[in-house]
Design a binder for this molecule. Structure first.
Ligand SMILES: [Ca+2]
Ligand SMILES: [Ca+2]
Ligand SMILES: [Ca+2]
Ligand SMILES: [Ca+2]
Length: 487
């Protein structure tokens, strides 16, 4: 890149930095006065140099190990890290070790972005400068936001593959096509215990990478990844543990979640780019409360390249997290064995399917097995079921481009079409959407579909659009009392 130009820009920034310090000092006095007079009325305010709140009231704060993810008004970011995405035609990230004199920490060649170690005074101002300054090589800059693996909210019920009709689907395929090709699922998680007795990692894992520690050993230092991988791939009929959903598919194991089950946007983006090289399906049991540009860019790209992306909605009992919320990613929530929703499973109009998410049994590191609950496992169910269907002959009604192969949008439509409809009151609801994922096409939930009261309500809603508005109040409340079990 043009070194002189870079230096010139750095000078400009340094000058800006001095100015900003002065302004900040003055602002500080004004802010203190304002704070005493009219507390919490301003929508954008600097709390200190590291924290900042945005227009929607989300507060950006520095992440620290053990940071609680239960306060939903806080978005954590990696301290002193800035993601800068460059235009590859002007600047290739493999050619730089620093930018604006800030050393490069990590790079994603796929996204053509780096994270740099920022050691200036105000990271938020620096990013704002980068986004506003006229430098052709920069597409955008952002904080390196931190997400979290969707964890175990402690529920206590039995569950199995039966309700998803997985054993019936095994009669046709277990993840390998009739021509011998195996469907490849990339699991972006905390890694895998490659020595687990019920996981044949030597044969089934075709690629591994640890984006967190930047090495080629994606061993699991948490348990979340081993749990999700085992749910899909665990060996059948070996007198050990469990039966995986699609034991004959191949896995790509990419470690993007750290030992605390947390991740950052650049690592996930880089993981997706690495997965794309091999995978038909990309499974992400992780969620961010906000939408990092690096994440949406990467997900859209992966979907356009033909990958089928699945993600968990998250376990906060609120609206759906990212990447599940993106159009390019299938959003999956959790339900209980009673086919009722869980009040911690995030919902919203972007929800597409629900899967078993309570008391799911799978593998843990060191040859252990345990039951866990969370949208993570519901989402993994959908990834596994998608592999079973993609390895079977295509349904001609869904083969839009008539090439006798399953494309990502075709499999997505099919999954929603054959889902077991759980609606009670009207067509499609935010709590279970199209319904429970199914591995084979079977009878729908006829009892509900043919219920005259449901039909009448559906007809009224369809004729008078004003009733659609009522969904948000009356019907949703009815739904809450009828379909959700608190806990
Ligand atoms: Ca490693
Ligand atoms: Ca087994
Ligand atoms: Ca989505
Ligand atoms: Ca097709």
């Amino acid at each position: 890149m043009d070194k002189n130009r870079c230096d010139k820009n750095s000078l400009k920034l340094r000058a800006d930095g001095k100015m900003n310090k002065k302004i900040l000092k003055n602002c500080g006095v004004i802010l203190i006065v304002l704070f005493c007079l009219i507390p919490s009325t301003s929508s954008i305010n600097l709390i200190d140099n590291t924290s900042k709140s945005n227009e929607e009231g989300l507060v950006y704060k520095e992440y620290y190990p053990g940071a609680p993810f239960d306060d939903l008004s806080i978005c954590y970011y990696q301290p002193n890290q800035v993601i800068i995405k460059f235009d590859k035609k002007i600047l290739d990230v493999k050619d730089i070790d620093e930018y604006d004199n800030y050393p490069v920490l990590k790079r994603s060649q796929g996204l053509n972005a780096v994270s740099v170690e920022y050691n200036g005074n105000n990271i938020h101002e620096y990013i704002e400068n980068l986004n506003n300054i006229d430098r052709d090589e920069i597409e955008y800059a952002e904080l390196n936001f931190v997400g979290t693996g969707c964890n175990d909210p402690h529920w206590n019920e039995q569950w199995g593959h039966q309700s998803v009709k997985i054993p019936e689907a095994w009669k046709k395929s277990k993840g390998r096509k009739s021509d011998g090709t195996r469907i490849v699922i990339a699991i972006l998680d905390t890694g895998l215990d490659f020595n687990h007795e019920d996981i044949n990692a030597d044969d089934r894992v075709i690629y591994q990478y640890d984006v967190v520690n930047q090495d080629t050993d994606a061993s699991d230092d948490h348990w979340h990844g081993t749990f999700n991988a085992g749910l899909i791939i665990a060996t059948h009929d070996n007198n050990k543990g469990i039966k995986g959903i699609a034991p004959e598919c191949n896995l790509v194991i990419i470690k993007v979640l750290d030992e605390n089950n947390n991740c950052n946007a650049l690592d996930v983006a880089d993981g997706i780019y690495r997965a794309l090289e091999f995978a038909d399906i990309i499974s992400m049991s992780l969620a961010f409360r906000n939408s990092p540009t690096s994440l949406i860019t990467t997900c859209n790209n992966a979907y356009n390249q033909g990958a089928f992306l699945v993600a968990a909605t998250g376990n906060e009992g609120l609206d759906i997290g990212y990447p599940a919320k993106y159009e390019s990613v299938m959003a999956v929530g959790a339900i209980k064995p009673t086919l009722k929703g869980c009040d911690w499973s995030n919902v919203g109009p972007e929800l597409e399917l629900v899967g078993p998410g309570v008391d799911v049994i799978s593998t843990l590191p060191n040859n252990k097995y345990e039951k866990k609950s969370g949208t993570s496992y519901a989402s993994t169910y959908v990834a596994g079921v998608a592999a079973l269907i993609m390895s079977s002959a295509v349904d001609s009604d869904f083969d839009d481009n008539e090439n006798k192969n399953w494309e990502n949008h075709e499999i997505r439509q099919y999954l929603m079409h054959i889902a077991f409809d759980l609606k009670r009151w009207y067509e499609r609801d935010i709590f279970t959407s199209h319904g429970l994922v199914q591995a084979i096409k079977g009878p729908k939930n006829r009892e509900i579909n043919n219920n005259p009261i449901t039909n009448l309500i559906n007809n009224i809603i369809n004729i008078f659009p004003i009733f659609k508005q009522l969904e948000k109040s009356l019907f949703y409340k009815l739904y809450l009392s009828n379909c959700l079990e608190g806990g």
